[in-house]
Design a protein around this ligand. Structure first.
Ligand SMILES: [Zn+2]
Length: 190
């Protein structure tokens, strides 16, 4: 079975020191780099996403403007296109990444399936074109963009594994709930 690796939003703003830092983010970046060193050759595609918001406006209500963020639907300003916060965390070695997907331009986009490459390819099309039937999902954050990307992968007919050693979440309870939801939806929690 042809398998892809989906690396969700391992960006400076989501790791230690970032605008919306998730505890354990740096360790996830380094862990994925080690995983790639051993296993990159086993994947038919390695797709990495970046949250890539507009500098102007609130990106469809995604940025909290004039109010405190609720950390559910509204967030501190993060991952503005072209800024250091939107770059991949330096602990992530992207040399073996085959496709770079950007999402969230002017609107909230939690799932990497909502994004596209600079050539206009979507994750769904990349998987279909290569006959890929299974994906491993890693990255940040378990309870938001990892969750949404994995649910979309299942909806796209993929056999989904969540590599729990290579994810980090915003909240402990919400991350546990997300994993339970994903397992119920058919994902394998590894
Ligand atoms: Zn965002």
């Amino acid at each position: 079975m042809s398998r892809a690796l989906l690396i969700v939003d391992v960006q400076n703003d989501f790791t230690e020191g970032g605008a919306l830092a998730v505890a354990g983010g740096d360790a996830v970046a380094e862990g994925i780099t080690r995983h790639l060193a051993e296993h990159a050759g086993e994947y038919a595609a390695i797709i990495a996403s970046r949250d890539w918001h507009d500098a102007d406006g609130d990106n469809g209500g995604h940025f909290a403007v004039g109010a405190d963020p609720d950390f559910v639907d509204t967030w501190p300003v993060h991952c503005v296109a072209g800024t250091p916060g939107a770059d991949y965390d330096p602990g992530l070695d992207t040399a073996s990444v085959t496709h770079h997907v950007k999402k969230g331009q002017g609107r909230p986009a939690y799932s990497m399936f909502e994004g596209q490459t600079d050539d206009g390819e979507t994750v769904g099309r990349i998987l279909d074109a290569r006959g890929i039937e299974a994906v491993d999902v890693v990255g940040i954050a378990t309870d938001h963009c990892v969750r949404a990307s994995a649910l979309d992968a299942i909806a796209h007919g993929q056999h989904v594994r969540i590599l729990t050693g290579l994810i980090a979440g915003v909240g402990a309870e919400s991350s546990e709930a997300a994993l339970a939801e994903l397992e119920h939806a058919g994902a394998e929690i590894v």
